[in-house]
Design a binder for this molecule. Structure first.
Ligand code: SF4
Ligand code: SF4
Length: 505
């Protein structure tokens, strides 16, 4: 057992209002420099949709993440590190400018300085790459925002592939139109494809908190990290000639503050906290069959209250304060205790440490006469407010493609618990449910009144301190602990630092 601590995240998608404040907060701090104009370390996509860069989920095209080989082990889709070295001048899987978009600004000066004439002066669009006027703007980072351009864009969403032709067509009917927002940042994965793909060893995972960083000194511009990341969350700065990525605002974390996108989030959808995990299990957990990936990822997360885990954590020099942070972590509750937050595309096998509570919208439906549809699953005893999961507006197969590598049962279990929360609270506040219906909902969600109250509390009424349990990250103290020769001796020459150095990606 090799217990480590990881600063991890939950995004509650039912709470996201698609305001993009998070994206702007990040942009203002980190990517307002030359060469970063097109970068959105935090972006918010509309689903169904093709996202940014376009069709980033298409690993046939981009070759990101890992795949299971015939030998039962996982291999990078792109190539391994030696393979990367042998092909440093050849990387055909990179997204190009058209896959992102050509960033532009407007010639506002012309509004003030244009010579007198018969026409009103205009501020023409100007490319931020070439400096030349752009006559046709054909893409942007949120080009299909709120289903803009749908069905042209939305119908190309790869997660719709699992749906039947009828189901796909129904999604385009005006009365059934449905969408939700998917905010995305670097997932600071446990098994990061970007780290494994970099021939220069420029990307690394910080030992003390799991944050994935990219050394600007070591980067040699081979851009294998961009291909290796299946989420396309590393970017190339065309001005500096180096790759860049989300740093989870580690300077803010180290001073006790949540990342800027978390702090500014209008919908308060974001939660941050520590998870303890067993690093010895990573490769095995990333190698299980698709349908077992979510369970394997949950199993790797360890109970921070278990005395055996605490002892193993202390042996690895994880501080008492870090363990306390793990015990108070909202992420642990959502992911492990309640099991209602899921990783995005676990099928990429990078084991993302950002988890999503899927949106409820697909399982709520009212019929035209105002009554609720109860046909299908659970007709016998399911409360009349909710349509069956099988008859959801957004087919559950779509959500399973996004959040459980196609395992419908995993997503259904999450929804059953979320439905139980709604019915329980509605019975309490609106009083339009009988106790028998509440009991049926709790049984269906495999939950109880106490758990449902706790889920409601952390979802709807959390304080700032409950949303963000930022551990004390004294970077200099952690490094000193590893570098202390006495400590290293005590570890018989195999201390934490050595273990981190020996870890293979
Ligand atoms: S999401 Fe982040 S940590 Fe994961 S592979 Fe991509 S860049 Fe690396
Ligand atoms: S700031 Fe929060 S609510 Fe607004 S788009 Fe970003 S994640 Fe969603």
């Amino acid at each position: 057992m090799d217990i480590r601590a990881h600063v991890s995240m939950v995004f509650h998608l039912d709470k996201c209002i698609g305001c993009h404040t998070c994206s702007v907060a990040c942009k203002n701090i980190w990517t307002d420099r030359k060469g970063t104009e097109y970068m959105w370390w935090n972006n918010v996509e509309t689903k169904p949709g093709t996202g940014y860069p376009t069709l980033w989920e298409d690993q046939e095209k981009y070759k990101g993440g890992w795949e299971k080989g015939k030998d039962g082990r996982i291999h990078l889709r792109l190539h391994n590190r030696p393979g990367g070295l042998a092909n440093i001048f050849y990387n055909p899987a990179l997204p190009n400018m058209d896959d992102y978009y050509e960033p532009w600004t407007y010639d506002y000066e012309n509004l003030f300085n244009a010579p007198e004439g018969d026409d009103q002066p205009t501020a023409r669009a100007v490319s931020m790459v070439t400096g030349k006027p752009m006559d046709n703007i054909e893409a942007g980072p949120n080009w299909d925002d709120d289903l803009g351009g749908s069905p042209i864009y939305a119908r190309n969403d790869l997660n719709l592939d699992e749906l039947t032709e009828d189901e796909r067509e129904q999604l385009n009917e005006v009365e059934r139109v449905v969408f939700f927002y998917l905010p995305r940042i670097c997932n600071h994965c446990l098994n990061p494809g970007c780290v494994a793909a970099c021939p220069a060893g420029a990307i690394y995972k910080r030992g003390e908190d799991g944050i994935v960083l990219l050394s600007q000194e070591k980067c040699r511009a081979w851009r294998m990290c961009i291909s290796g990341c299946p989420y396309k969350k590393t970017y190339f700065n065309w001005s500096s000639g180096k790759s860049e990525k989300c740093i989870l605002c580690y300077p803010r974390l180290e001073s006790g503050q949540p990342p800027a996108c978390f702090h500014s989030c209008v919908g308060r959808i974001r939660y941050l906290g520590v998870l303890l995990y067993d690093a010895d299990q990573i490769e095995a957990a990333a190698s299980v069959p698709d349908e077992e990936l979510v369970a394997a990822q949950r199993a790797i997360i360890q109970d921070p209250f278990d005395p055996e885990i605490i002892a193993a954590a202390k042996k690895n020099k994880i501080s008492d304060a870090m363990i306390t942070a793990a015990q108070n972590s909202p992420v642990y509750k959502f992911v492990k205790t309640w099991q209602i937050a899921l990783p995005l595309h676990p099928d990429f096998r990078t084991m993302p440490m950002l988890y999503y509570v899927p949106p409820m919208l697909p399982v709520l439906a009212k019929t035209k006469d105002g009554t609720y549809d109860v046909e299908g699953l659970d007709k016998e005893n399911f409360p009349a407010m909710l349509s069956s999961l099988e008859k959801a507006r957004m087919p559950i197969k779509y959500m399973a493609s996004l959040f459980s590598a196609g395992n419908v049962q995993v997503v259904e279990e999450v929804y059953r618990k979320l439905i139980a929360v709604r019915i329980f609270k509605r019975a309490q506040k609106v009083k339009d449910y009988q106790q028998a219906e509440v009991d049926a909902a709790l049984a269906s969600g495999k939950t109880n009144a106490e758990e449902v109250e706790a889920i409601f509390r952390l979802t709807s009424l959390p304080t700032y301190e409950e949303r963000f349990v930022v551990p004390p990250l004294g970077r200099e103290m952690a490094v000193e602990a590893w570098e202390n020769p006495l400590d290293r001796k005590r570890e018989a020459g195999f201390g934490v630092r050595n273990k981190i150095a020996k870890r293979k990606f």
